[in-house]
Design a protein around this ligand. Structure first.
Ligand code: C2E
Ligand code: MG
Ligand code: MG
Ligand code: MG
Length: 279
C-alpha cells in the first residue's frame, strides 16, 4: 500500500512538473508577441526621503498583461525573457518609454526626479546599452541625471572587466548606477570598491527582518560602509513604521516599500501624491 501511495505521489509530482513546463513554454511563445501587441505596462514605485519628507525617485517595474492568463509577475517572466534573449528588445523599449514618461512629468510639472530601470546581465552582454541610452535621452530630451540603472551583483560575474568598462561609459553619459538587492549575492565587500556605483539598495530580506539584532548589525555596517565610500543608500521593502524608524536612526534616509507606496500604474500616481503629501 505504501508503495502504491508513493507511486501516486510520484505521478502527481510529475504531472505538476509537466504542467509548469507547459506554462513556461506557453509564456516563452507568447513573450515573442507581447511587445508588438503592447501587452507590457510599466508600473512605478516611489523612493521617499524620510527626513526631507518628499519624493526623491521612482523605480520602473515591468508588468505583463497576458491576453488570456492575466497579469504575470516579473519574477516569472523576466527569467524566461532572459533565457530567450527577449529581455534585450524589451529593455530597449522600456528605456525609451521611461525617458519619455519622465520628460512628460517634468514638462507637466508633476515631478522632477530620477527614474530607475532594472538591467539584466543579458543587456550588458549585448553591448547595445550605451547607444540605446544615448538615443533615448536625445530623442526625449531628458537630462541623463534623471535616469538611473539598477544592476545586481550577479551582473559582473561573467565578464567583470567588460562590465566595469561599460558602467564607466554609462556614468560618463551622466546616468547613475545603482546596486540592487545588495547583500544577497556572493560578492565580497571589495567588490563595492571596484564597481563604479553611485547608489546601493539594501535587499528587502534584511529590512523585513530588521527587528533581529544580527540583521540590524549587518544593515548598520552596510550603511556606514556606503557613507565612507560616498555611495547613497536606499532601503528596499520597507513595510512598517518600526522598520522606517530603525533605518532612519541608523543613517538611511531613502526608503522604498509598501509603507510609502506600492508600484502603481501611471494613472494612479496623481492620487498617491495627493494623499501622501497631505498626511
Ligand atoms: P527588484 O528590482 O528588487 O524590485 C523590488 C521588488 O519588490 C518589486 O517586485 C516590488 O514590487 C517589490 N516590493 C517593493 N516594496 C515592497 C515591500 O514593501 N514588500 C514586499 N514584499 N515587496 C516589495 P516586482 O515588481 O514583482 O519585481 C520583481 C523583480 O523582477 C525585481 O526586483 C526585478 O529584479 C525584476 N524586474 C522587474 N521589472 C524588471 C525590468 O523591467 N527589467 C528587469 N531586468 N527586471 C525587472
Ligand atoms: Mg530594482
Ligand atoms: Mg531589489
Ligand atoms: Mg529583487
Amino acid at each position: 500500500q505504501a508503495k502504491r501511495q508513493g507511486k501516486n505521489r510520484y505521478c502527481l509530482y510529475n504531472a505538476e512538473m509537466a504542467q509548469s513546463q507547459l506554462r513556461k513554454m506557453e509564456l516563452e511563445k507568447d513573450l515573442r508577441k507581447a511587445l508588438v501587441q503592447q501587452e507590457f505596462e510599466i508600473y512605478y514605485q516611489p523612493k521617499w526621503h524620510a527626513a526631507l519628507n518628499k519624493l526623491v525617485g521612482m523605480e520602473a517595474l515591468l508588468r505583463w498583461n497576458h491576453p488570456t492568463l492575466g497579469l504575470i509577475s516579473p519574477t516569472e517572466f523576466i527569467p524566461i525573457a532572459e533565457e530567450t534573449g527577449f529581455i534585450v528588445p524589451i529593455t530597449h523599449w522600456l528605456i525609451k518609454e521611461v525617458c519619455e514618461q519622465n520628460k512628460e512629468w517634468q514638462e507637466k510639472k508633476v515631478m522632477n526626479i530620477p527614474v530607475s530601470i532594472n538591467m539584466s546581465a543579458r543587456v550588458f552582454e549585448s553591448q547595445t546599452l550605451h547607444a540605446k541610452l544615448e538615443e533615448a535621452l536625445k530623442e526625449s530630451g531628458l537630462e541623463p541625471r534623471y535616469l538611473e540603472l539598477e544592476i545586481t551583483e550577479s551582473i559582473a560575474l561573467n565578464d567583470k572587466e567588460n562590465t566595469i568598462q561599460q558602467l564607466k561609459e554609462l556614468q560618463a553619459l551622466g546616468v547613475r548606477i545603482s546596486m540592487d538587492d545588495f547583500g544577497t549575492g556572493y560578492s565580497s565587500l571589495g567588490y563595492l570598491d571596484e564597481m563604479p556605483i553611485n547608489i546601493l539598495k539594501i535587499d528587502q530580506s534584511f529590512i523585513q527582518n530588521s527587528s533581529k539584532p544580527t540583521k540590524q548589525a549587518i544593515i548598520g555596517t552596510i550603511i556606514s560602509m556606503a557613507n565612507h565610500l560616498n555611495i547613497d543608500v536606499v532601503a528596499e521593502g520597507v513595510e512598517t513604521k518600526e522598520q522606517n524608524d530603525f533605518l532612519q536612526s541608523t543613517g538611511c534616509q531613502i526608503m522604498q516599500g509598501y509603507y510609502y507606496g506600492k508600484p502603481m500604474p501611471v494613472h494612479l500616481i496623481g492620487d498617491w501624491m495627493e494623499q501622501i503629501y497631505q498626511t
